[in-house]
Design a protein around this ligand. Structure first.
Ligand SMILES: O=C1O[C@H](COP(=O)(O)O)[C@@H](O)[C@H](O)[C@H]1O
Length: 263
């Protein structure tokens, strides 16, 4: 593994080949969820402190898996050490719901992280909820473009320093759900998606926006995800996560239970 990606302290790591394989990525496997999450928090802190020539931009995932990470970041020893004023937070996806709805990813982040740390309000870019879902997608894309300083993504100029992703049992990541038109989107940075089975209309970063990240990190835990992790790493086309790539590197941070048997 390169020194720039989250590497495990306590367990094994498996490189997929020379150089950063930005499709299948590098595995970082930890004994349990707490160890994996601690290491990711340590790595994020190190990366945030190291980025001194501009803002440190993160796209955060929703769902249940990263909640321990967000609580950790809001607690000591992390809360007083992150350079909050230099950090810019975006969401990888959200349900098109009021932010105080219990199923809103923004609401979860407000509760667990943003309400506990001194991050300036203007550095927190939640997905809008005004108007239609399509209008909200356009508004969020405009906000991203203002932050990026250009209307088109440029090779070698990442939109995000870190893009934290999760993985659903059906192979979705962010709100890129199997079989949905959003998977074909190559121009827009933000799109709507109506999942075939999961609840709520979603807004999600698209492949081009996610791929424009310096580091893509999948955080996946639990035995129920093991088979899906293996499918994605084998580039199974039925899993939208298989098509994620990165401008820099891609790492899988896993607990032992989620790790493929041969890892
Ligand atoms: O719907 C979502 O699911 C994925 C995975 O969530 P988890 O609860 O299985 O961890 C998540 O990454 C995404 O942000 C979320 O909106």
């Amino acid at each position: 593994m390169t020194g720039h990606t989250p590497s495990p302290k306590t367990s094994t790591s498996t490189d997929t080949g020379a150089g950063a394989d930005t499709r299948t990525g590098t595995l970082a496997i930890f004994d349990d969820k707490a160890a994996a999450t601690h290491h990711l928090a340590d790595w994020l802190l190190q990366e945030a402190l190291a980025k001194t020539d501009g803002p440190f931009s993160l796209a955060l995932s929703g769902g249940s898996t990263p909640q321990l990470l967000y609580s950790m970041m809001a607690s000591e020893p992390y809360a007083s050490r992150f350079p909050w004023a230099r950090m810019q937070f975006f969401l990888g996806d959200d349900r098109f719901l009021a932010h105080d709805h219990e199923d809103s990813n923004s609401g979860m982040l407000n509760r667990l992280l943003f309400s506990h740390v001194p991050v300036p309000a203007e550095n927190v870019h939640l997905i809008p909820t005004a108007g239609t879902a399509e209008e909200a997608a356009r508004a969020y894309e405009a906000e991203l473009k203002t932050f990026y300083g250009a209307d088109t993504l440029k090779p070698g100029k990442p939109l995000f320093d870190v893009n934290l992703l999760g993985l659903g049992g059906d192979g979705h990541t962010a709100s890129l759900f199997p079989g949905q038109p959003v998977l074909k989107e190559r121009t827009a940075w933000v799109s709507t998606c109506v999942p075939p089975v999961a609840p709520y209309t979603r807004l999600t970063l698209t492949y081009p926006a996610i791929d424009a990240s310096r580091h893509v990190v999948f955080l996946v835990e639990g035995a129920s995800k093991r088979e899906t992790v293996a499918k994605v790493r084998a580039q199974d086309p039925s899993c939208p996560a298989s098509a994620i790539t990165s401008m820099g590197d891609l790492t899988w941070v896993l607990d032992r239970a989620a790790a493929p048997a041969d890892a």
